[in-house]
Design a protein around this ligand. Sequence first.
Ligand SMILES: NC(=O)c1ccc[n+]([C@@H]2O[C@H](COP(=O)([O-])OP(=O)(O)OC[C@H]3O[C@@H](n4cnc5c(N)ncnc54)[C@H](OP(=O)(O)O)[C@@H]3O)[C@@H](O)[C@H]2O)c1
Length: 200
Amino acid sequence: MRVIVVGASGTIGKSLADHLAKKHEVVRASSRKSDVLVDITDAGSIRAMFETIGPFDALISAAGSGEFARVSEITEAQFYTGIKSKMMGQINLALIGQHYINDKGSFTLTSGILAEDPVAGGVSLSVVNSAINAFTMAAALELERGLRINAVSPGIVADSVASIGEFFPGHYPVPMDRVISGYVKSAEGILTGQVIKVYS
Ligand SMILES: NC(=O)c1ccc[n+]([C@@H]2O[C@H](COP(=O)([O-])OP(=O)(O)OC[C@H]3O[C@@H](n4cnc5c(N)ncnc54)[C@H](OP(=O)(O)O)[C@@H]3O)[C@@H](O)[C@H]2O)c1
C-alpha cells in the first residue's frame, strides 16, 4: 500500500512510519520536519499536500496538539488550540482526503484515553478526543467507494512518560509496539467506524 503518515516526525508517528516502511511505501508528512510539509490547521495546506502526493491507499494521522490547563483557569483560546489542531485538523484530513484517496482506502485518526479517563488539566483534550471518536463513528456510515475510517485511542505511551508522565498519575504506560498494532489493525484490517483502544 501507499500510506501517508501525518505527524511522521513525532513520538508515535516516527516509530509508526519506520514500522510501516518495512512493508509499505510510506510518505512522511508533518509541519516542520518531514519529506512533505503540511499544516493541518490550514485546509489549503492539506489540499496542497494531497495534490503533491497523488493517489494513496491509507492515511494515518498521529498529529495535532492541544493545551493542558485546569478547568479553573483554561481560556477559550486554549480550547481552540486543540479544536483547530488535533480535532479539526484531523477531521479535515479525512474530509478533504476522501476526494483524493483510492477506492477502499482507509483513514486512521488519533484520539486518546482522556476521552474516557480524564486527568487534571486535560479537559480540552478530553473534549477533543471525544469529538474525534464521534466523528469516526458517524463518518464511517457515510463514506463512499468502500472507504473506511477508524480512530486509535492510545493510553500514555511508554516513550512519552519522561515528557508528559507527570500529567498521568496512576496510568500504566503502553508499549509503543502495542500502539503501532492498533494503527496496523486499522490500516491493514477490515474495521470501520471503530475506536481502537490501546490502553495496556
Ligand atoms: N504520546 C502519547 O502518550 C499519546 C497518548 C495518547 C494520544 N496521543 C496523541 O497522539 C498524537 C501524537 O502524539 P505524539 O506524542 O507522537 O506527539 P508529538 O511527539 O508531539 O508529535 C506530533 C506530530 O504532529 C506534528 N504536528 C503538530 N502540529 C501539526 C500541524 N499543525 N500540522 C502538521 N503536523 C503537525 C508534528 O510535526 P512537526 O514536529 O514537524 O511540527 C509531529 O510530527 C497527538 O494527537 C497526541 O495527542 C499521544
